[in-house]
Design a protein around this ligand. Sequence first.
Ligand code: IVH
Length: 678
Amino acid sequence: MIDDAPEQQLELLKQEINQHNYRYYVLDDPTVPDAEYDRLMQRLKTLELAHPEWVTADSPTQRVGATPLSAFAEVAHEIPMLSLDNAFSEQDMLDFERRIKERLGSDAAIDYACEPKLDGIAVSLLYRQGLLERGATRGDGRRGEDITQNLRTIPSVPLKLMGSGWPELLEVRGEVYMPKQGFGELNRRAAAVDEKQFVNPRNAAAGSLRQLDSKITANRPLELCCYSAGLVKGGQLPDNHIAVLKKLNAWGFRINEQMASVSGVQACIQYYGGLQDKRDTLPYEIDGVVFKVNELALQRRLGFVSRAPRWAIAYKFPAQEELTQLLDVEFQVGRTGAVTPVARLEPVFVGGVTVSNATLHNMDEVERLGVCIGDTVIIRRAGDVIPQVVSVVLERRPQNAAKIKLPLNCPVCDSEITRDEGEAVARCSGGLYCAAQRKEAIKHFASRKAMDIEGLGDKLVELLVDKQLIKTAADLYKLQWQQISGLERMGEKSARNLMQALEKSKSTQLSHFIYALGIREVGEATALNLANYFGSLEALAAAEEPELLEVDDVGPIVAKHLATFFHQPHNKEVLDGLIKAGISWPEPKVRDSKSMPLQGMTFVLTGTLESMTREEAKSRLQLLGAKVSGSVSVKTTMLVAGTKAGSKLTKAEKLGVDVMDEERLLRQLNEWEAAAAN
Ligand code: IVH
């Protein structure tokens, strides 16, 4: 390239960058690292700066946004942009196919293209001789707005078509949308500077495209996925829908990776179910499936009715957002005393279930939403996520709307509610005096990953506490079966079963027991690290903060919670009670230098390991007594370098630290572990 004339260099460079853009934004399969892409872009910018006369509209540098407009111009769609009929049930789908067959006068099997219905904004892109000439919104279907400047900033919108064989005039239609991740980041950025957040990715995409200043659009994480061709002049496209989309893909457009072709309406219904199951794992929002008769000749025969084609239908998923009224707000007290405002709602069917409660998280969230009792609110329930209040419809606020106030005292035990400086969460100060906290602590103690007491569900715990049969987890083991069998809905048999489950739960693992104690911020993983490190409950209970900080995953906050927990006389009493009841776990092997051959050594792990995760390698090394650190220093004994090891390897080599590869690590681990076990 060095020998080429500068003008040729520029052309080659543009081609290369466009190719990388295509791999990255359209195929999701980049071939060069970001740094290389940045270098190429930089070189192009330098060349263009030296030769402004060479800057063309299709140059990859011309996506950053142009001079702000005062208004959008109007655009007429030569071929109207139609909407789709909706189906809401299997019956609607069966009717759809029946109508098609009746119209075609044939019972032959029909092939359909299936595509997710993306939840974004429909746009039209017009290419003349392969160059993007105009981009527009759908508008009312006949007239839209010219948003060329904004669409040009979206990396997956080709400024120039790739390959060859495109018609002289080609209109491509598709959906501009904001992926979930980009939406989350955009809202986090907005929250950080106290700006208004978008309600959902669709609104964010619409708001971003409606900017008169395209520099704003350029900073929004938008994508285009195309789903059909519109106007075609001076050329021909394939004769079925899927082949058309594949062609568009080859010319540089992103198409949906979930697209499939099926035969017959039953297969459509099956595809719908499959996509619904996947819905929450997709990186973008969808609100249903679009089914289209695949053969374009059949599409032409079927034609249109009013503003929708007869050959396509949108089979919608149950709505994930609905309007309802906030009837009241109650405050719930959790295991750690956190006081959470919970919205009591006029029951509403959303996301496939009837919802009558939604969490409001904390008072900061109440403030952010600006919500009052009596307000009409938008409720969202996506997948198995707990229902959320998304926003308030202010226009519908009633006169008597009441402000939501954090109570001064705990609704359960009347202790004072406190809120630490800078903390969003308010807490009941009652501790284990508070029945709500006690109930939650015992529910946690009994849960599957803790003591796993089968048959001791939430309702039963509440009943036992309310009847004052138990106050603490230790009391569980003092229960007599007569006491249990006398309770509502508990027969003799379930009482005996519970007694057996309690007995069985007594033999456990130290890590499960630590987790079951419900110490703040001590989850399963931390509990396991603590058990491995200390080996006994006595050692853990006696540890002061500096020693606790030595344990993996334990920072100053967790260390403080741990120390506080084990210092409280009340907790000591409960622990004694539990041990007296007979709870036990296998004694750890004596941790001598033989069982811990790596004591005193510090390992660092870097790069990718093939045969195990870094976490596994880390915990195996730790069990052998090694410290595993995140950075290389003179104190490092050994660097384990997987594939694609980078700066840590360079540093280790510079410092003369020993390096081993994965194969040697595996061999060594097996040897050390065998020696430690003997
Ligand atoms: S086809 C004549 N395919 O849904 C066919 N539309 O309700 C016109 N949409 O305005 C559209 N994903 O914004 C089609 N895969 C898809 C789609 C899709 C989303 C939107 C589009 C359209 C609306 C129709």
